[in-house]
Write a protein that binds this ligand. Sequence first.
Ligand code: ZN
Length: 238
Amino acid sequence: MNRLPILCYHKVGPAEVEGRFLNVEPRTLRAQIGFLKRRGLGFVLARDLEGSWPERAVCLTFDDAYSSLHEHGVPVLLDCGVRASIYAVSGRVGQSSDWDGERARPLMAWDALRSLQDRGFEIGNHTVDHPALATLDRPAIADQIRSAHERLVAEGIGSSTLCYPYGSYSDAVGQVAGDVGYRVGLALGKRLARSGDPAIALPRIVVAYSDVVPKFWYRVFVRPMLRELAQFGAPRQQ
Ligand SMILES: [Zn+2]
């Protein structure tokens, strides 16, 4: 069974401007990518996770399409020769992450998203308004996923995969995503994705501000393996 870390990032910028909440410093991102490269991992996009998976790979994802990612993160990624999957909230493009309340930060405009797509980044669906989908009724889930998809496509964006805000996922959410035509969906979970996982609900590991390389190594490789070992031989859950 192939295992693959799918990493979940948000903002990339100096803490003085972006704070530490859901942010990493550009130099931290560069060090993390260098570490992954030294381990011999290849970098894949989320849309590459349909069907068979490559050996020894990692997938970088960036939720919400913050302007700080464009300004500070993309130069690092391009310099390292790495591409990533970026998830845009169709009803907030060019505005701000108002669901963050007082921590709201600017979001990329359509032009920026298109130019990143032209440079090999994947731009995917992160709903219209960033709700916790599993708390909605089915028509509302369908509206959030389908309307966002249609808007992205109308703006010339590929929208080939989607990402659930807050990792909020249920069977109903997965069914709607499949009905809209998605084969790969990204949730959250403190473990590596496995090739046997349903592709419509792959777990991702959230990277935190304080994840300098030793801690990053622990979060991405050591802790998931320890959790797996701890489950091995544990009493079967009824
Ligand atoms: Zn989000």
